[in-house]
Design a protein around this ligand. Structure first.
Ligand code: AMP
Length: 416
């Protein structure tokens, strides 16, 4: 089905085609008509499903009817959890709106950078504002924009907005919006808090569950390796070499580890760099641009920093450190297998994190064999500082069991 068959204006279908979107993804096929009908929408949407265009295209069409921008008035507000995602969504809005009659003014605002250029950019109003909640409120307080004319509200990655502690800011933003508006709610997962937020926000929403899990499982191969904590870098290097992985996104737990793993790989003959929230905005942008240009084989990152990374045809994601929760696991593996391309998601499980892995597997309905690479059979039975916790060995001695019990009361790993 072509884009225009979804009821989109030719100018929008053309812009989509210029981005290489030939046929709509399942979420686009479902969401575009739903949003165009004017009602609220509640969508389960994974990163990589094409969710951004799924709401941006119909949102732009809805804005075509109307009065245009008046000073400091915002017509559509898109709230996102991170600055990277804000920048990306802003780019999608700009690309998709380029052929529309009349200029669609788009402003992207997020924290961590000077507020002044953003205030300037908002002068004269904006049709679409893409924002992280904290900076948006700062701008409202500076009287740089008003939210009383918002016709369309989008919450993108609502679960991450709550995960990252934006609940209070969200409530404050919502209180500034007019009562009559269209709400679009996108989330990869629906734990209770997210569902409650959706219940309070949405009026008789049309529910969209694009076949995310099926699609994801069809295109992302998931694997797990059992390996000692201290030999994960060695395993990573070996897999990259033997499996011929070209471009790899590696998740670690801390900024420190991102630096360390990247520099260790780099000391070998791999082009590896780190990407995390401790880097300046400029350094982050440079690393991303370079990765897109395929100058790096490996980027080692943390959950938060990786949140908005949009790298199409990213073939391999590695959980060097396991994610803290099943929700984070979904987000991480959503980095690969984007737009139908095949992906590989590999998790490194250590003796210390095996129980935690089983929990993630259970929540995901997975049951993966734990592969062991010859020469890298796990030997750990004692705590290892890098893991930040106790290590459960395969056949622990009595002393090991006592030590593990003491350790486990201090860390996340649960005994099975
Ligand atoms: P998203 O889930 O919005 O982050 O999109 C994931 C990736 O899919 C992005 O790189 C988009 O450019 C791409 N994409 C979105 N819609 C389509 C489509 N209909 N056809 C091909 N690629 C798409």
């Amino acid at each position: 089905m072509p884009f225009h068959a979804l009821g989109l204006a030719p100018a929008l279908a053309q812009a989509a085609a210029e981005l290489g979107f030939i046929t709509p993804t399942p979420i686009q096929e479902a969401a575009v008509p739903a949003v165009l009908s004017g009602g609220d929408v509640l969508a389960t949407a994974q990163t990589g499903s094409g969710k951004t265009a799924a709401y941006v295209l119909p949102l732009l069409q809805r804005l075509m009817v109307g009065t245009g921008h008046t000073p400091r008035r915002v017509r559509a507000l898109v709230l996102v959890p991170t600055r990277e995602l804000a920048a990306q969504v802003g780019e999608v809005v700009r690309s998709l709106s380029q052929h529309l009659p009349g200029k669609t003014k788009t402003a992207v605002v997020f924290g961590g950078v000077s507020i002044n250029p953003q205030m300037l950019a908002l002068r004269g109003g904006a049709d679409v504002v893409v924002a992280t909640p904290g900076r948006l409120l700062d701008l409202v307080e500076h009287n740089a924009l008003k939210l009383a004319s918002v016709e369309l509200l989008v919450l993108d990655e609502a679960d991450r907005l709550l995960d990252l502690g934006f609940a209070e800011e969200l409530a404050r933003v919502l209180a500034l919006l007019p009562a009559v508006r269209q709400n679009l709610f996108f989330s990869a997962t629906f734990p209770n808090a997210v569902q409650e937020l959706a219940n309070t926000l949405l009026r008789e929403p049309q529910r969209i569950d694009a076949p995310s899990v099926d699609v994801k499982e069809a295109v992302v191969v998931q694997q797990a390796y059992l390996v000692d904590t201290t030999r994960r870098t060695q395993l990573l290097r070996q897999l990259i070499k033997t499996q011929g992985w070209q471009r790899v996104l590696v998740f670690v737990a801390t900024q420190y580890l991102a630096e360390r793993v990247a520099s260790k790989l780099h000391q070998g003959d791999l082009y590896a760099t780190s990407f995390h929230g401790g880097l300046s905005q400029g350094a982050r942008k440079q690393a991303l641009d370079e990765f897109k240009e395929k100058r790096w084989d490996v980027v080692v990152t943390t959950d938060l920093a990786a949140r908005g990374i949009d790298i199409s045809q990213l073939p391999v994601v590695v959980n060097y450190d396991l994610p803290r929760s099943a929700v984070d696991y979904v987000h991480r593996i959503g980095r690969t297998g984007r737009a139908g391309a095949n992906g590989l998601a590999v998790s490194f499980v250590t003796p210390a994190t095996e129980a935690h892995w089983r929990l993630i597997e259970k929540r995901q309905g997975l049951s993966l064999p734990l592969a062991v690479v010859p020469g890298l059979e796990p030997l750990e039975v004692a705590p290892v500082s890098e893991a930040g916790g106790g290590v459960k060995g395969k056949r622990p001695s009595k002393k090991d069991k006592l030590r593990a019990a003491a350790q486990n009361s201090n860390n996340d790993s649960q005994e099975p």
